[in-house]
Design a protein around this ligand. Sequence first.
Ligand SMILES: Cc1ncc(COP(=O)(O)O)c(C=O)c1O
Length: 318
Amino acid sequence: MWQPKVIMQNGELIPFAEARVHPLSLAVAYATTVFEGIRAYHNKASEQLALFRLDEHLQRLAIGMKVMRFDQIYAAEYLRHCLFRLIRANQPDDDVYIRLLVYVEAVGLMATTGPVGFTAAAMPRERPKHADTGMSLGTSSWHRLSDNASPPRVKCTANYQNGRLAQLQAKGDGYDGALMLTSRGKVSEAPIACLFLVRSGRLITPGKSSDILESITRDTIVTLYREMTGQRAEERDVDRSELYFADEAFLCGTGQEILPVTSIDRLPVGNGRIGPLTSTLRQRYFEVVRGITTDHPEWRIEVPAQVPGSSELVKQLA
Ligand SMILES: Cc1ncc(COP(=O)(O)O)c(C=O)c1O
């Protein structure tokens, strides 16, 4: 597996191990950071590397910077070019996972809004552990944080303490992962992924007012399902007990991709095996993200083979 060589901070490529932020910066002290996890998929036949739905990720990041009232909102075109440089400088020969973080780098008070800085890292990422076997989820007693407390549709690092508590509890209780309910008691999402259920062939997912992140993968699945079946997925409130009536369930997210769920609260989902619609959607998802089909070219942004300014440091390090 390829290894990251360089990382980008504020537009500069530096050796991976030399990235720094001050421990008293707002980024560390108050988790004043918004971020994105983005994947670029390598197509072996065409040798192309394409970032999946990059524009949507950069749009969500820009709204995050606005909502968090950062002094600076980086332009999408600038960040896109930075990611191209970063990826080519690392010379990957396979898929790439990108972490792009924008934060208040100042040492200051809680309401300090700048200066703002960013870090972008390109790394390999193994397939999630439960992708082929299915996973067990446990409903957490930790509620999903709510829109009026710390808005879950903003992808800020502070929100992830909520999911972390739920995940640690679930692992401690012997599950592979957690599922969280809203403070209204409706099903929300997993700590880093959204949930889908299947009942009698119909696809169901908690609605956007269920304190979820407005997931790009969720939107991809809803779109692919509509194209494949001519039906709309049901985006609505899901009661906890409806989880136990589902024939199939899966999680989705950029990092998690499509993860089948085979039990919830120690009750089997359907027959306890990976379901047929889950398998079909997963196969379709990988065809689309990897560019094995020509459908949805607008979702795949090719990384140019040569990017000015991408190789100088790597040559020096070699
Ligand atoms: C809390 C949360 N929900 C859902 C998702 C899935 O979002 P996306 O499909 O945009 O990656 C993520 C992704 O990291 C997440 O952190």
